[in-house]
Design a protein around this ligand. Structure first.
Ligand code: ATP
Ligand code: MG
Length: 606
């Protein structure tokens, strides 16, 4: 998690959680809750029903236990038959066992429901993130998105499955315990009703006062993880510059400020527990005093006194639970808000209606294309280029001239602000995204590999691709020898982010990845880093084979790569400086391209 991104997010949620009155917040949270509930819990209604049944049974057992015990005491003190006493004792044991069994069953069903529901929500969020466009992804760090897809959803997990059932269940349990008390003596019932109401009100008040402290605690924790994330990511730089001690001091500072806020939040938490314990202690003592008086006056049996004591005790837990659900609801509100906000985000690049692309190698046409990532900062300006099917275009230009940006428009990661991009004569905006991207193979400048086997890296986890096809592709590209050197062939594991491979090897693998998909347009954004001669030759051969029979666009940083280009586009500051057949441009000594070639040749010689 990145500190810069995490802090405002939790800050926003803290602000959101604090706005409006307590009641308004609950109503808003409930409203959100029903919407999510309807979507993710409806498919699981049989399990939810089972959960309600189990909870009902466990409440029944809890209410029945003191009743049985009270009957037992009365029978024992009034000389009841031993047989009846044994039966009551057995019944009491059976109730206790059933209660435990139901607790286990409840945990199982509740976890099942909450994991199924939250996993469905996670999957929806991930699928949604994949649909969102590049603009969204460049403005949100991976850490922030992980926090949304997992952090917020995990907050919801318990809440999701248990809220309704617990609120209902505990409400019923409180009503049951109070009912028992009224049944024994209405005065005791009334007294305890007042205490329950007082305790709930006091706990909710304290909770409202404690909310800012908890929000500050969450923010401090996000800050700490943000720091840790950056520290670990920058480990190499920190070590190399001997800054370990400074980083540790910064770490201590972050933790010290976290300690201060977490201590305050925890004190509120303990204050709440102390208040609830205190109130219930007084309540139970008053009930006990009242029942002692009534017992002395002969209005109650000793069994009834026991029943009062037990029922008063029984009230404590569900009241505490109800408070916890109310607190969860408020906390879940912020998470639900963020999840909904994310799901409501629309990609800027809308899927096309489904025009068909012609078969075979695709012609590429940029017609008066202008584009900028931000408004008022043009990166590409009025670019018009047409590449015939089967030909290869080499793009050259200084760093920052817009070469990579141009390739992104061809894959429709972005739409141009003016002009049109056409593939095979069809406007890209009218083609389905998946259909267009399925016809294009892209080797990016910074190839991403995964912590998986070479096979999975080549097929991108598509198990249906047979090994023969993979080997054939590697053969075609001339990569078989290189792979044979590694002992486990296709099963060779790659480290995290492809660790263990050089930039050139990664590009060679990416070429094979593209060949497996058999695209009709190949785009290669060459790595700007220099490769050692052997790897360079390997990538070069692979690229040549990959381009055979396809339209190609290569962003070239090396002279040798340009040999594959039929046409050349020289970009300068986002504009077409020169465009034409390579040989003609090279032959014209006044051209910018010829000049670039001369400079490059001198560099190579030097
Ligand atoms: N995702 C992005 N968001 C905002 N600006 C960007 C983004 N990507 C690139 N730019 C900007 O657009 C301009 C063109 O960048 P681009 O990556 O297309 O250059 P390039 O020609 O590929 O450079 P290089 O040779 O270094 O790869 C640069 O000024 C860059 O800062
Ligand atoms: Mg680039």
């Amino acid at each position: 998690m990145d500190q810069k991104s995490a802090t405002p997010t939790s800050h926003e949620s803290a602000q959101r959680a604090e706005s409006g009155s307590v009641l308004q917040r609950w109503l808003r949270a409930l409203n959100r809750y029903w919407r999510l509930l309807a979507r993710y819990l409806r498919p699981q209604w049989p399990w939810m029903g089972l959960l309600a049944v189990i909870l009902g049974g466990s409440i029944g057992a809890q209410v029945a236990m003191p009743l049985v015990a009270s009957r037992f005491i009365d029978q024992a003190t009034s000389g009841g038959s031993p047989r009846a006493l044994v039966l009551l004792a057995l019944l009491s044991m059976a109730l206790a066992l059933a209660g435990q069994g139901m607790a286990v069953a409840e945990a199982y069903v509740a976890e099942r429901v909450s994991w199924t529901a939250t996993n469905a929500l996670r999957a929806d969020l991930i699928a949604h993130l994949l649909r969102l466009d590049a603009t969204f992804h460049t403005s949100h760090t991976p850490g922030e998105l992980i926090e949304r897809v997992d952090g917020d959803v995990a907050t919801l997990a318990r809440f999701f499955s248990r809220f309704v059932v617990y609120v209902l269940g505990n409400g019923v349990l409180i009503a049951g315990a109070l009912g028992l008390l009224y049944h024994v003596d209405w005065r005791v019932g009334l007294l305890m009703s007042v205490f329950v109401a007082l305790a709930l009100a006091a706990m909710l008040r304290i909770h409202a006062a404690a909310t800012p402290a908890w929000a500050a605690d969450r923010q401090a924790s996000a800050g700490f993880y943000g720091f840790l994330g950056e520290y670990l990511a920058g480990l190499e730089d920190i070590r190399a510059s001997g800054a370990g001690a400074f980083a540790l001091r910064r770490c201590a500072e972050v933790m010290r400020s976290w300690l201060a806020v977490t201590r305050r939040a925890q004190m509120w938490g303990y204050g709440m527990i102390a208040t609830s314990e205190g109130l219930f202690g007084i309540g139970a003592a008053s009930a006990f005093a009242l029942s002692a008086l009534l017992f002395k006056a002969g209005a109650l049996t000793i069994g009834a006194v026991y029943l009062i004591f037990q029922s008063a005790e029984m009230l404590r837990q569900p009241t505490e639970q109800l408070r916890r659900e109310a607190q969860d609801l408020q906390q879940a509100d912020a998470s639900m808000g963020r999840v909904e906000e994310l799901l409501a985000m629309k990609p800027r690049v809308a899927d096309g209606p489904g025009a068909a692309l012609p078969p075979g190698p695709l012609a590429v046409e940029l017609d008066g294309v202008s584009f900028g990532y931000a408004e008022g900062v043009p990166v590409l300006r009025d670019i018009s280029v047409r590449l015939e099917p089967g030909r290869t275009l080499g793009i050259v230009g200084r760093t920052g001239s817009g070469k990579t940006t141009l390739t992104r428009l061809l894959l429709r990661f972005y739409d141009p602000q003016a002009g049109a991009v056409r593939l095979g004569g069809v406007d890209l905006r009218t083609v389905r995204l998946a259909a267009a991207r399925g016809r294009i193979g892209l080797v990016t400048q910074d190839v991403r590999l995964f912590h998986a086997s070479v096979r999975d890296n080549l097929t991108l986890f598509d198990d249906s691709v047979p090994d023969e096809r993979i080997n054939a592709a590697l053969d075609t590209l001339g990569l078989t020898d290189w792979l044979r050197e590694s002992s486990r062939g296709l099963d060779t594991p790659l480290g995290p982010e492809g660790a263990g491979l050089s930039a050139g090897q990664a590009q060679a693998l990416a070429c094979a990845r593209v060949l497996l998909r058999d695209p009709d347009l190949v785009i290669l954004d060459e790595a700007s880093s220099r490769l050692d001669p052997a790897t360079d030759r390997m990538v070069h051969t692979a690229l040549g084979r990959l381009l055979e029979g396809r339209t190609g666009i290569i962003v070239a940083h090396r002279l040798a790569t340009l040999a594959y280009a039929d046409d050349i586009l020289v970009l300068e500051d986002g504009r077409v400086r020169e465009y034409g057949p390579r040989l003609a441009l090279a032959a014209n000594s006044a051209s910018r391209f010829a000049e670039l070639l001369r400079v490059a040749a001198e560099e190579v010689i030097a």
